[in-house]
Design a protein around this ligand. Sequence first.
Ligand code: Z5A
Length: 212
Amino acid sequence: DKSKSGSRGALVVIEGLDRCGKTSQSSRLVKNLDELGYPAELFRFPDRNTVIGQMISSYLNSDSQLDDRTIHLLFSANRWEKRSLMESKLQSGITLIVDRYAYSGVAFSSAKGLDIEWCKAPDMGLLAPDLVLYLDISPEKASERGGYGGERYEQLEFQKKVAQSYQVLQDASWKIIDANRTVEDVEEHMRDIVLDYVKTCRNGKSLSQLWL
Ligand code: Z5A
């Protein structure tokens, strides 16, 4: 066990288009870190288990209709309701692997035509990730993978706009991962990158606030 007293875990966000492999890779990453002796936990947004998360889930399944700005603010609130829990886990030394975060919020809403600065505002001050891994795949290729087309947003033309919105959001914390490779190749690549960040955070890098 490599738990080290007083050192924090890393906040690692996984982003990308629908079907890029985020969910498969996030759980593999948590398992790999745990096996190497670095405690890790999975978070996922939207977190459909809260009351706000249930409203989001019903919207995504098209069981309810909401104004574009209203649903945007609900997605953000769903992250804010987890902020203090995430901070205490990080401070206790647990690395968090987060399947989607504020970048999804902004990419999807701005792809609908909402102003990007307006979209970013409600997420300002959330915990800033130490690392964002963007699983890069073309919208066409992603659409060929299993189960596409069930939920709202799972349409090729819309996913193309989302891909453009993501590009605008890239900053120094991002690393682009080629998600066209086999599950195992992507897994190995991600594990090696994340291990470096976990070690850096244990050596005293402080947490900061997103987009402030
Ligand atoms: N949304 C938003 O608008 N605002 C926000 O603030 C947030 C989200 C947080 C629900 O998200 C929707 O909410 C989402 C964005 C929006 N809408 N869309 N599109 P979600 O995370 O709950 O759902 P999702 O993005 O649709 O996740 P997903 O469908 O589970 O996809 P994934 O996690 O990227 O992929 P996967 O499940 O790991 O893999 C998909 C399939 O591909 C599966 O059959 C795998 O076996 C296969 N796969 C995975 N990797 C590979 C490789 N390397 N090769 C071949 N096949 C592979």
